[in-house]
Ligand binder design. Sequence first.
Ligand code: GLU
Length: 505
Amino acid sequence: MWEEATIFAKKMKTRVRFAPSPTGALHIGGVRTALFSYLYAKKNNGVFILRVEDTDQSRYVKGSEEYIHQALDWSGLTPDEGPSVGGDFGPYRQSERKEIYKQHIDLLIKKGKAYYAFDKAERLIEARKIEEDNGKTFRYGAENRMTFENSLTLSDDVVKEKLQGDYVVRLKIDPGNEISVFDEIRGNILLNSSLLDDKILIKSDGMPTYHFANVVDDKLMEISCVIRGEEWLPSLPIHKLIYDAFEWDTPMFMHLPLILKPSGKGKLSKRDGDKEGFPVFPISWGKSSLGFRESGFLTEGLINYLALLGWNSGTEQEVFSFEELKQNFSVDGIQKGGARFDFEKAKWINHKHIIRLSAEELISLPMVKVKLERVDSSKHLALIELIKKRLFTINDLQAEISWVSERHPYDEKVMQKLKPKGPDIILEGVSKILKECNELKNLKNLLMLWTKENEINNGLMMQCFRFALIGKLTGPDLFGICNILGKNVSLDRVDNTISYFKQKN
Ligand code: GLU
């Protein structure tokens, strides 16, 4: 029966939704769900839908819907249908669909699948306490529903009267049935209906619960495949019962593995990021929480890394452009087990995307442009060409180009190492050749010739020269550095370093 439903869903047009609740910033786990939904939709020539699940007014956080739109935009996951683009299946904000839920709950009540409940909080607390005192779990359901105040126990007249006050609507779950659900990643899952309480479908504020609105909307929006995080797996049997109550076919379901802390123990949280110094949001949230964007990630870098959190292509390939992900994505590659978050790996993937871009493409990015503001624009191209291989994030630029405007303070350890080797004499030679050199592109050959003729160790000469130009021994290609600085600045730095070593003698 259940497999038949899956087969039915497979024949539908592919429509996949991402259904976040506006309760704060979107965690990268949410972006990963959006990404897998998007990739699955695109791979199957389908539609990617954004639905805002804002029925829980107590958890609503101002600005978060706006944030969701911006985060998806930056991530390149622009919805085909949603609150801002519209579409034929709207409204796409649940708070604007109250009338629809009302009609549907009426239908279930009429079918005898749901009922009104009027019990006061104190009565429920008391009933719970009695059960728990006896070491049992309290469940409002088949075993005890006839002892409470609801439309199954009260007369029609009383019900009518009570409907003027506070009430909830509950799903009437028959006990003793084996509920069988099928997840594309995890396979068949069984749960006995006696373990479930009569779930609330409409809350006392008149709003639907997550379960009810989610099922009604997935059905009415003709969602063919529900993709969401594993934390929603326990809800699946409840959803199945709601589909059954309406006598609706179910869509397919895929529950994605959790994203785990770097230690592999437990779910990744914002606190892990704060503690270990990495972002967990795609773009910044408020002033205090930087996103991947502000941390110097390219969209493609983050997206590629997130794709690997729970999916692999079955090949050795790990670096994928967005287009390649769309082509290669398949459900078979989604893993069951949790995916450990590894910020170093994320940076490595980002690095691979940085070096895929040409220097021209890089300098046209606003996030790169601002970092080059203090450098003469005629040098931008050559500078980026010189250092791009060294960038793991765009923010690394700051440290990688700091030598352009000013030499680093001399590294004391390097100075001690070079001092006994006559660096001032070597640099005097370098200075002389540099002064006479009319074209910097010939400098390397001229210096090589000079070291050879004078039996000077080439490596040592280069170390001294590099130390003079940038104050340390690490960095990009030495002659590239010299080229960016130009003859005069390079000469200045060499001459200053000669004096520096002379003072140290
Ligand atoms: N609104 C739920 C959330 O915030 C959606 C879960 C689902 O996709 O069904 O994650």
